[in-house]
Design a protein around this ligand. Structure first.
Ligand code: PAF
Length: 285
C-alpha cells in the first residue's frame, strides 16, 4: 500500500527518509490506466530504490467559471489502490487550504504566449493556474524527474518550457497517451459521457488517425483529412461540436506551416454533450 499524506510537513519528513532518486506524477485524481502508465514509467525509471510520489489535487486555480470544478470526480480510495498497484510509494493528497493557505495566491506564474493559444484561448488563465500549482508541487515534492502525459500536449510543452525558463532542477518526461479498444484516449472526463455520447466521442481519434494515414502527403493534406471527419461528425447524434483542430509545432505551440518538417502535434478539442474532450497525435514530417 502507498503511504497517504496530506500535509507538506508530512511529505517533507517522508521524503528526507527516502533513498535513491525521486519521481513525481501529478494528477487531479480519478485515476485510470493512463495515470497507471505514468506511475509505471516513473517506477521503471527510478528503479526499486527510488521514491515515486503521486499527487492528487483538484486545483481550483486552473478551472474557469462555469467549468467542471464542482463535479470533477473525487475517488481518493480507489486512486490510492491504483497508484499503489502501479508502483507508487507515496500519495500526496493535500486539501485546498494546504496548497493555498492564504486563499487564492496573489503571486502566480504566467504561462506566457504558449499558454494563450489553443487550450489557453478556450480556457483563459488555465495554464497560469496549471503552472502555478505545478511549480508549488515541484517545490513540495522536489523530484529529479516529473512525468506528464502526452494526452495534454500543450500542458506538457508549457511545463517543459517553465522548467527551462525558470531553472527548475527537474527533468520533464512525456509519456504516450493510452487509448481504449475504440481508440478513445483515456481521460478522467470520459466518465461524464453517456453511451451514445461515447460513440460520437470516437470521431475525435478517428479524425486524428485519418490525418496520420495521409501524413506522407504533407501537413495541408493531414489538416484537410482530419477536418473532413470532424465536419461529418458535426452532423452525428449527438453532434461533435468542434472547438479547434490544429497542426502544431510542439517547440512553441504555434501553427505548423505547410512546409513544416520534423515533429508536429495534430490536436483537437471538441464538445460532446456537456463534456469537453481533447486529444492529439504526434506526426513526423
Ligand atoms: O494534468 C492534470 O491532471 C493537471 O493539470 C495537473 C498537472 C495535475 C495540475 O493540476
Amino acid at each position: 500500500m502507498a503511504e497517504l499524506l496530506h500535509t507538506g510537513e508530512e511529505l517533507r519528513q517522508r521524503l528526507v527518509a527516502g533513498a535513491g532518486g525521486r519521481g513525481v506524477v501529478m494528477t487531479m485524481g480519478a485515476l485510470h490506466e493512463g495515470h497507471a502508465t505514468l506511475v509505471r514509467a516513473a517506477r521503471e525509471r527510478l528503479g526499486p530504490e527510488g521514491t515515486v510520489v503521486v499527487t492528487v489535487f483538484v486545483n481550483p486555480l486552473q478551472f474557469g467559471a462555469g467549468e467542471d470544478l464542482d463535479r470533477y470526480p473525487r475517488t481518493l480510495e480507489a486512486d490510492l489502490e491504483l497508484a499503489a498497484e502501479a508502483g507508487a510509494d507515496v500519495v500526496f493528497a493535500p486539501p485546498v487550504e494546504e496548497v493555498y493557505p492564504g486563499g487564492e495566491p496573489q503571486v502566480r506564474i504566467a504561462a506566457g504566449p504558449m499558454g494563450e493559444r489553443y487550450e489557453g484561448a478556450s480556457r483563459p488563465g488555465h495554464f497560469d493556474g496549471v503552472c502555478t500549482v505545478v511549480a508549488k508541487l515541484l517545490h513540495l515534492t522536489a523530484p529529479d524527474v516529473a512525468f506528464f502525459g502526452e494526452k495534454d500536449a500543450q500542458q506538457l510543452a508549457v511545463v517543459r518550457r517553465m522548467a527551462t525558463d525558470l531553472n527548475f532542477p527537474v527533468e520533464v518526461v512525456g509519456v504516450p497517451t493510452v487509448r481504449e479498444g475504440d481508440h478513445v484516449a483515456l481521460s478522467s472526463r470520459n466518465r461524464y459521457l453517456s453511451e451514445v455520447e461515447r460513440v460520437s466521442a470516437r470521431e475525435l481519434s478517428r479524425a486524428l488517425l485519418t490525418g496520420v494515414q495521409v501524413a506522407p502527403k504533407g501537413p495541408a493534406a493531414v489538416r484537410r483529412a482530419a477536418q473532413a471527419v470532424l465536419e461529418a461528425a458535426a452532423g452525428a447524434e449527438p453532434p461533435v461540436v468542434l472547438d479547434y483542430l490544429a497542426l502544431i509545432d510542439p517547440a512553441d505551440f504555434t501553427e505548423a506551416a505547410d512546409d513544416h518538417t520534423g515533429e508536429a502535434v495534430l490536436a483537437v478539442a471538441a464538445r460532446v454533450g456537456t463534456t469537453r474532450l481533447i486529444d492529439n497525435v504526434r506526426i513526423h514530417f
